[in-house]
Ligand binder design. Structure first.
Ligand code: ADP
Length: 212
């Protein structure tokens, strides 16, 4: 079977964004990262951004309706997306999964498994570059120089404070883990050990896609 509709599931900082870049090139479909899009809406000061801002900075999920409207309009804005897509960070709740099922059914769900202790460490070391928009892991918490573009513009995401991470992780456990059973029952969930190096995770993804 050819895979053209893929979901990436996993806790905060499990490496979804990195693997989304790998997958979108591999499967050759447009990719939506809902967290990324929400941050750009906030930066632009749009109505959606204004509604989402408080939830995100508190580490809470944004309301289902807001996220579903955003995803629906992304899916509808380009006819090419009826041929396939990659969604990174959506769905995160059962109502979101059920709403997606009504408009377009995923072929494959890739879940990245990383224990909480590893995630906390990653969150503390995660930075974003405001010049080239890369997400990188720093070696010490004082580092401001981006290893990709060399500009001294690395900053932490406002929701990467450890308190906010704890709320996000608790929400993930409570609201997102039911999706594992939901997609297992459909026979389309595949788990990967996300503590491996990014290249190894990508190699496992390649294998899953080839065997699907
Ligand atoms: P992470 O996976 O590290 O939490 P993301 O960039 O994927 O980071 O998401 C950042 C924030 O955006 C989330 O903490 C949440 O507030 C919001 N968000 C993104 N996608 C969804 C979604 N599908 N449902 C609800 N909130 C979402």
């Amino acid at each position: 079977m050819t895979v053209s509709r893929v979901l990436l599931l996993g806790p905060p900082a499990s490496g979804k964004g990195t693997q989304a870049r790998h997958l979108t090139a591999l499967v050759n479909v447009p990719c939506l990262g809902t967290g990324k899009l929400l941050r750009s809406e906030i930066e632009k000061g749009t109505e959606v951004g204004k509604q989402a801002e408080q939830f995100i900075s508190n580490g809470e999920y944004v309301p289902d309706q807001l996220i579903m409207d955003m995803v629906k309009s992304w899916l509808n804005e380009d006819p090419q997306k009826s041929d396939g897509w990659l969604l990174d960070g959506f769905p995160r709740t059962l109502p979101q999964a059920e709403a997606l099922q009504e408009i377009s059914q995923p072929d494959l769900v890739i879940a990245l498994d990383v224990p909480k202790e590893n995630l906390e460490r990653r969150i503390l070391m995660r930075r974003e570059c405001s010049s080239c928009h890369s997400t990188v892991a720093v070696e010490n918490s004082e580092q401001v120089e981006c290893p990709v573009c060399n500009a001294e513009t690395l900053t932490s995401r406002s929701d990467d404070a450890i308190e906010s991470f704890k709320v996000r992780y608790a929400n993930y456990k409570e609201l997102t883990t039911p999706l594992f059973d939901y997609y297992t029952a459909k026979g389309i969930l595949r788990n990967i050990d996300g503590t491996q190096s990014p290249d190894k995770v990508s190699a496992e993804i390649d294998q899953i896609i080839n065997q699907f």
